[in-house]
Write a protein that binds this ligand. Sequence first.
Ligand SMILES: [Zn+2]
Length: 86
Amino acid sequence: MKVPPADNILQLSHEIGHVYHYSCLNKEAAINSNCSLATMEATAIFTENFLQRRMLEICSPKEKLNMLSGILMRYVKLNACAWLEI
Ligand SMILES: [Zn+2]
């Protein structure tokens, strides 16, 4: 079995955070379910960071270096997109 790259697993954990957030909103009245993008991303980023920390604890030094490189590139890309508004 081929193990998926860490980026795919982290993206999946991010999306699971969104699913959890939306599942919580389903229990709320419509007036309470409208929230900002920052609030929506908070849960997703929390689950992503939670998994990221756990993965860094258990991986080998070489895997850790690759993961940290991927994390750095992802944040650079996210910030560049926000800065350039693309
Ligand atoms: Zn998101």
